[in-house]
Design a protein around this ligand. Structure first.
Ligand code: IPM
Ligand code: MN
Length: 348
């Protein structure tokens, strides 16, 4: 019995989570898996009503679950930063979800903006460090609001944090068993301290994985090559902020936010899975948003729980549904949100 915390969240989050749950329930029945879903109302609406992002005791309660299934966090009436730091980043940090795993995969029948690139050219995974770097929230103002104002925002890289991320990436590359190539994406020519630590750690760990080819590229070059030669990549490991940026580029390359899923992973604890597209306020409540990203996030959750057969089946059913859709874009799919969910569920 898997206890799953469900956080539909804001905007279109609840709509896409519904479809993901529909598919999970179908997969559960088919593969004799038992889920116990418990819903939590964390998000912008709750914050506007109560002033609370995550209530007292929420983190402790969530530790009792096997995984978290998240829709979207973000509300047009809440100042930027409050929900992001108070909910999403708080969960990632407190639950030590130190990996953000983001597959960049072009499925057949999905349009990519890259000319002449086919599904066999776009199939790589970004392993993003998820608890340190520029996201640590360390810094402050000096003489705020005066002409002499100084703002400092520090980047923290710990040997422990860097090493566990790099180790995960090597293990992941080995298990993925494709090209067995891991590329470190950093900026060692400018961030001569922080990324020196990354490169040294990468090289030291690489010595333990002689079967994995290790490679290095600066982040700015990576953005060129992701567009020009995406087929060069198998697995990329990178810092929190660089990973944030290159995975949005990756999402576009794989066909848009309607299809991009990610997992916030604590390999020894509670992981959290989400479509990475956000709350999409302008499509809310219209039954037009693409639930495929949320369904693929559910598929990643099954895989992380060890339900490989069910995960593979959900992916296959999603691929079949994608094959029938007109577009991945909201409102142009040729189906409603719930019809896409039905299509995938029927394919299980
Ligand atoms: C993401 C998002 C978050 C991030 C925001 C909402 C804090 O952009 O999951 O990529 O920057 O990590
Ligand atoms: Mn992002």
């Amino acid at each position: 019995m898997y206890k799953i915390a469900v956080m539909p969240g804001d905007g279109t989050g609840p709509e896409v989570v519904n479809e993901g749950l529909k598919v999970l329930k179908k997969a559960a029945a088919k593969f004799s898996i038992k889920f116990d879903f418990k819903e939590f109302d964390f998000g912008g609406e709750r914050y506007l009503k109560t002033g609370e992002t995550l209530p007292e005791g929420a983190i402790e309660e969530l530790r009792g679950f096997q995984a978290i299934y998240l829709g979207a966090i973000g509300h047009p009436d809440v100042k930027p930063g409050i929900l992001e730091t108070g909910i999403l980043l708080k969960l990632r940090f407190s639950l030590e979800q130190y990996i953000n795993l983001r597959p960049i995969k072009l499925y057949p029948n999905v349009e990519t903006p890259l000319a002449n690139k086919k599904p066999e050219d776009i199939d790589f995974v970004v392993v993003r460090e998820n608890t340190e770097g520029l996201y640590c929230g360390v810094g402050g103002f000096f003489k705020k609001g005066t002409p002499d104002e100084v703002a400092v925002q520090q980047m923290i890289n710990t040997r422990k944090g860097v090493e566990r991320c790099i180790r995960y990436a090597f293990e992941f590359t080995r298990k993925r068993n494709r090209e067995k190539k891991l590329t470190l994406c950093a900026k060692i020519n400018v961030l001569t301290y922080a990324h020196d630590l990354w490169l040294r750690t990468f090289n030291e760990v690489a010595a333990e994985y002689p079967d994995v080819k290790s490679d290095y590229a600066h982040v700015d070059a990576i953005t060129m090559w992701m567009v020009k030669n995406p087929e060069w990549f198998d697995v990329i490991v990178t810092t929190n902020m660089f990973g944030d940026i290159i995975t949005d580029l990756g999402a576009m390359v794989q066909g848009g936010m309607g299809i991009a899923a990610g997992g916030n992973i604590n390999p020894h604890g509670v992981s959290m899975f989400e479509p990475i597209g956000g709350s999409a306020p302008k499509y809310t409540g219209k039954n037009v948003i693409n639930p495929i990203a949320a369904i693929l996030a559910a598929q990643m959750m099954l895989a992380q729980l060890g339900e490989q057969e069910a995960a593979a089946n959900v992916e296959k059913a999603a691929v079949a549904a994608i094959g029938k859709m007109k577009s991945m874009a909201a409102g142009r799919m040729g189906y409603t949100t719930s019809e896409v969910g039905d299509l995938v569920a029927e394919g299980i």
